[in-house]
Design a protein around this ligand. Structure first.
Ligand code: FAD
Ligand code: SF4
Length: 451
């Protein structure tokens, strides 16, 4: 009886202890957990709204097609881990509705870092899309096309990236060295001084080939040269002939270019800058390479020309004047000048805005179209603001008719207009090398989103 009374008296105190314990446990464990979950959910929501916004901007700007190799995400497999999002250095991916999605397709440069980072293998890398095919020239394992003696390395063959392009350049030149020597004065002409062409040139030097590298640009680096200032390039270690293993992982554009310039200075690579290959044909068992400067003859040709193409020209009188350029190197050089920018894409608008920011520079943009239809949202806002504030004179439906030493003649909506001018920056896109390849008889396959 006594025992029972004692037990009964203990019940409320145990209950009180349990409830105290539960409250304490809740306060200690569940509350922080709930706060963590809340913060996580809010962060995900905020991130998702950023991703949605980026996608809307890409669609509005018409930038919905990736340039070449890009990920396709299998939504049925994707668990929304965001591993790919974190791995992508170009911020091309986002999580929408719990699944990964390419939110800035045009920013994707085909690293494949996303596919490697996916924990459930939901990502496949493919070329082209259903709507937009990508032309890929076919090469054999020696990097030779169906035309014996014509080799392709680097991004032109579909595989971009600094490391892959360098590796392919190195391997392609080895294949070229195995070919029988021709009677032509050169064993090989390497077209392009980007990572593929430069690695090939080192290989050619090591293998004692008679070679020449030509590049249409005034400097080396290929696509790297065109990276935005201080852009960090992500690249894996690469083995270069003569130089050995290069252990860059994250490196600024400037450091990478300085590295290559040092390599060229140390090894004396034979490069002719400002030399554009215009035509390529076969004659007497060798190749005839017509350039803007002269005609070269070689037993083999290595095309390491990337996929940017050759800048589109205006084909108007006066275009040969030295004040006409096809890319902006440094806006500062136009300080205090009257600049005409021709074009209506992002590069043209970014060039115009950069020049307009220089003290004393007056900028006119001449664009053939009626409206800027393919601009990033940010650039559209900035150019409209600059136009409204009178910082840039924007002329739509404007054709450049003639370039004079100190003026430019335009036809604006059918009305002639002459403006004073010190410099012309033409940003009218590029002519892709596909036509050149097809004219040569190189087999080119158009890929529509296939691996
Ligand atoms: C914005 C951006 C960011 C990138 N970031 C990275 C990154 O972080 N990491 C990475 O690994 N990769 C990156 N890449 C991809 C990388 O730059 C390219 O894959 C690589 O440069 C390809 O090398 P390539 O030698 O094949 O061609 P390119 O570098 O394109 O060089 C081709 C050269 O050929 C020349 N050429 C073309 N046609 C002719 C002609 N008719 N006559 C003479 N010369 C000609 C061109 O002027 C050019 O110099 C990026 C690309 C871009 C656009
Ligand atoms: S391929 Fe490279 S750039 Fe494209 S989404 Fe994947 S990680 Fe980003």
């Amino acid at each position: 009886m006594r025992r029972t009374r004692t037990a009964c008296a203990a019940v409320p105190s145990i209950a009180a202890n349990v409830s105290e314990l539960t409250a304490a446990t809740f306060a200690l464990y569940f509350l922080p957990l709930a706060v963590i979950v809340l913060i996580y959910t809010l962060r995900r929501r905020r991130a998702e709204s950023r991703y949605r916004q980026a996608l809307v901007e890409a669609v509005e700007a018409g930038l919905t097609e990736p340039v070449s190799l890009h990920p396709v995400i299998d939504a049925a497999i994707c668990v929304g881990s965001a591993g790919c999002v974190d791995a992508c250095p170009e911020q091309a991916l986002g999580i929408i509705g719990g699944k990964a999605q390419l939110i800035s397709p045009a920013a994707c440069i085909g690293h494949g870092a996303c596919a490697d980072a996916c924990p459930v293998s939901a990502i496949t890398l493919v070329f082209g899309s259903e709507r937009r095919g990508v032309d890929i020239p076919m090469v054999n394992p020696d990097f030779e096309t169906n035309i014996p003696g014509i080799f392709i390395a680097g991004e032109l063959g579909g595989m971009g990236l600094i490391r892959k392009a360098s590796e392919q350049g190195r391997q392609a030149i080895k294949s070229i060295a195995r070919r029988p020597r021709s009677s032509a004065p050169l064993d090989v002409v390497i077209v392009g001084a980007g990572p593929a062409g430069l690695a090939a040139a080192l290989g050619a030097t090591e293998l004692k080939l008679r070679y020449l590298v030509i590049d249409q640009e005034p400097d080396l680096g290929g696509a790297i040269f065109h990276f935005p200032r201080n852009k960090i390039a992500m690249t894996a270690p690469v083995d270069l002939p003569i130089i050995g293993r290069v252990e860059f992982s994250e490196v600024s554009k400037e450091t990478l270019l300085a590295f290559w310039q040092d390599v060229v200075a140390r090894t004396g690579l034979q490069i002719s800058f400002g030399t554009r290959m215009d035509r390529l044909s076969q004659a007497d068992g060798s190749f005839r390479i017509e350039t803007n400067a002269d005609v070269l003859h070689a037993g083999s040709v290595l095309l390491a020309i990337g996929r940017r193409g050759t800048p589109r020209k205006l084909e108007v009188p006066g275009e040969e004047l030295s004040k006409v350029v096809y890319r902006l190197i440094d806006a500062e050089q136009y300080r205090g000048q009257r600049v005409l920018v021709v074009g209506g894409g992002d590069s043209a608008i970014e060039a115009a805005l950069a020049c307009a920011a220089e003290p004393g520079t007056t900028v006119t943009v001449a664009y053939r179209g009626e409206a800027f239809s393919r601009l990033k949202g940010k650039n559209r806002e900035l150019i409209e603001a600059a136009g409204a504030a009178g910082r840039v004179d924007v002329r739509m439906k404007a054709e450049t008719q003639r370039i004079l030493p100190d003026a430019v003649e335009l036809l604006v909506d059918g009305t002639p207009l002459t403006i004073g001018n010190d410099a012309v920056i033409v940003q009218a896109g590029g002519i892709l090398p596909t036509t050149l390849l097809r004219d040569l008889g190189v087999t080119v396959e158009t890929m529509y989103g296939t691996a």
